[in-house]
Structures are given as structure tokens and as C-alpha cells.
Design a protein around this ligand. Structure first.
Ligand code: SF4
Ligand code: FES
Length: 247
């Protein structure tokens, strides 16, 4: 298929940036979206032009790096997938595709489609760990009873890959779904209880300091999350926060 691409080009964080039009031809419907971007970049390099900068690593939906806003949706039109898992069969011959970086004050654009998401890392550093006795008397994980329900819910929360689509989609640029998932994955397990109070207070404090907006229960984050992280995690974080605040 032949496509017209309107891509956000921005030299650096100080540059104003603008949409630039490109044409790509003979794109196979079996290609992934990033492979289509590779074809464009090869074309640009052959012409002596600067390739489009975009983030990627695993290309299999695990690392959360491939943050792109495609035709007005984080990770594009398919549901439950990251940009690297999005296939060109979701588009039609002759389509015009708008490709922009994730936009949020806490995710400044570094170059073209690459944004700085280290704010997420600082939130994780503020509380995303557990105390484990590594003195040689470590308790065998299998000897710690955990209900199936709690294990399943913790595992679901832990599938968050930190891609930031929830932030990019939210009209308030709220990071509550991400932080809710990170708080929940520990709050549900006995191993996470030692720092439970400090964790939720510190992570929420860091989230606010990074400049993310607040949650107004719109629910757009849940719809666009490629890992199906549920709003229930935000409710659980709010309960944990309230509990920690009065302790
Ligand atoms: S909650 Fe979903 S959208 Fe947000 S960072 Fe995690 S995986 Fe990405
Ligand atoms: S490149 Fe790793 S999730 Fe897309």
C-alpha cells in the first residue's frame, strides 16, 4: 500500500517543531508499524536527510519504549497493543497517517517522536521496591501463602510496562493508572507490606512533583492502555493512600 505520513519533526526540546509530510510506497500489510517507519528512515538516509527519531527496544510489547500518537490515539487504532505490535493491515492503501510524540508536560519531547519519560523512573525509585532478607535465611517464596485472587490481581497490575499511553491519553495528563498499577502490584502481596505506607505516600508525592495532572475519572487511560490495566488499580491506590495518611 502507498501512504502519506504527517510526522512531527522537532530538532530538540527548544525547537518549536512541526508536522512534515512524507510518502512511502509498497508497504506490506504484514509489516509492523515500526517496520514501516524503518522503511521511511531508510528512504530518508538514502536521500541524505535526517531519519525520524523514535524510541523502540524489544519490538514485542514488553519494554514500553515505542511511544507514538497515531491518528490521535496512543499506540494507534488497534486495541491492547503497543505501537511495535500494531500492524499495517489496520490501515488502507492511500491513507494519510498522523504520527506525533506522546504529549504531556511531564514527558518533554527530546527529538521528533522521542519523549523523556524519566519522570516514571523517579516515581518507581520513590517506592517501587520491597525489603527481602538476603542474609542466607531467605524464606522460600513458595512457603508464603498468597490467595489465588490476590496473586492474579497483583500479576495483572505488574503487567504495566510503563509506556505512558495512559498519560498521553488523559486530558489531565494524569499518571494515576501507572502509579496505581505500581502501588497495587506490591500492596496485594505479603512481601510488599513492609514499606506499604511509605511506598504509596512517596510515589504519589513524586508523581505530583513531576507535574502530572490529577484523575477526574474519565477512564480514557484504561481504554488506551495496551496491557488492559484496570481503573480498579487507581481505586486501590486511593484506598492505600488514605490508609497511609491516617496511620
Ligand atoms: S498503565 Fe498501561 S498505559 Fe499506563 S504505563 Fe502502564 S501499560 Fe502503559
Ligand atoms: S518496542 Fe518494546 S514495547 Fe514496543
Amino acid at each position: 500500500m502507498d501512504l502519506t505520513l504527517k510526522i512531527w519533526r522537532q530538532k530538540n526540546s527548544d525547537d518549536k517543531g512541526k508536522l512534515v509530510e512524507y510518502k512511502v510506497t509498497d508497504i506490506s500489510e504484514h509489516m509492523s508499524f515500526l517496520e514501516m517507519m524503518d522503511v521511511l528512515n531508510e528512504q530518508l538516509i538514502n536521500k541524505g536527510d535526517e531519519p525520524v527519531a523514535f524510541d523502540h527496544d524489544c519490538r514485542e510489547g514488553i519494554c514500553g519504549m515505542c511511544s507514538m500518537y497515531i491518528n490521535g490515539e496512543a499506540h494507534g487504532p488497534d486495541k491492547g497493543v503497543t505501537t511495535c505490535q500494531l500492524h499495517m493491515r489496520m490501515f488502507n492503501d492511500g491513507d494519510t497517517i498522523y504520527i506525533e510524540p506522546f504529549r504531556a508536560a511531564a514527558f518533554p519531547v527530546i527529538k521528533d517522536l522521542v519523549v523523556d519519560r524519566t519522570s516514571f523512573e523517579r516515581i518507581q525509585q520513590a517506592g517501587g521496591y520491597i525489603s527481602v532478607n538476603t542474609s542466607g535465611n531467605t524464606q522460600d517464596a513458595n512457603s508464603i501463602p498468597i490467595s489465588k485472587h490476590a496473586a492474579d490481581e497483583a500479576m495483572d497490575a505488574a503487567t504495566c510496562i510503563g509506556c505512558g499511553a495512559c498519560v498521553a491519553t488523559c486530558k489531565n495528563s494524569s499518571a494515576m493508572l501507572f502509579v496505581g498499577a505500581k502501588v497495587s502490584q506490591y500492596a496485594l502481596l505479603p512481601q510488599g507490606q513492609v514499606e506499604a505506607t511509605d511506598r504509596v505516600l512517596n510515589m504519589v508525592k513524586q508523581m505530583d512533583e513531576e507535574g502530572f495532572g490529577n484523575c477526574t475519572n474519565t477512564g480514557a487511560c484504561e481504554v488506551e492502555c495496551p496491557k488492559g490495566i484496570s481503573l480498579e488499580n487507581i481505586a486501590r491506590m486511593n484506598r492505600e493512600f488514605l490508609k497511609a495518611s491516617i496511620l
